[in-house]
Design a protein around this ligand. Sequence first.
Ligand SMILES: Cc1cc2nc3c(=O)[nH]c(=O)nc-3n(C[C@H](O)[C@H](O)[C@H](O)COP(=O)(O)O)c2cc1C
Length: 198
Amino acid sequence: MAITPRILVFAGSVRTGAFSGRTADVAQKELAVQGAEVTRISLADYPLPILDEDLEREKGIPENAMRLARLIASHDGLLIATPEYNGSLPPLLKNSIDWVSLARRDGARAFRPFAGKVAGLCSSSKGRFAGIRCINHLRAVLVRCQMEVVTPECSVPEGGSAFDADGQFRDERLRQSMERLCRTLIETSRMLSVRIEA
Ligand SMILES: Cc1cc2nc3c(=O)[nH]c(=O)nc-3n(C[C@H](O)[C@H](O)[C@H](O)COP(=O)(O)O)c2cc1C
């Protein structure tokens, strides 16, 4: 019998009313409609210092990075909705990924939280380019972390007018691209499931 994939959803911005947060909301609903077990988090609940290898050497991996790493390890896939800062990843998202990538042990257990997990990506911006430069950078970063990043993606332009009163996309093509992204993420997560129970 096919497993119910567990998908962790979060945005790369914690700003009130963030377009990436609203895009993550759409993804969360679509993944649930398509039968995934969805966990939604905010990176605001995993505050981390800016990564500095001296800090890591002196104090180890912060507990919030370990919490996030364990959560990722207990899921089959991630859905990340990112904003674009200066054509690339916002520091909150990159810093969180970098800390989690350093979590190589959990107690006595060897640990690669990202390895073999599946990722689906969304981007958004207030302008017309929808964060498409950032999504390519994010894809490369996650592949470097040994994730399998699915090909379909959903990029939302003009975030200020992209959502209706119910929080759904106004544009039918965006709805279709989210539907396709979620379907591919679920199917690939099912095939490659390597989750470690928390
Ligand atoms: C430091 C900074 C750099 C930005 N650079 C870009 C950019 O390169 N491309 C873009 O489309 N928008 C850029 N923006 C505007 C963001 O698209 C906009 O602030 C967006 O609302 C942020 O995402 P959020 O709504 O998910 O918080 C930038 C914003 C900030 C604060």
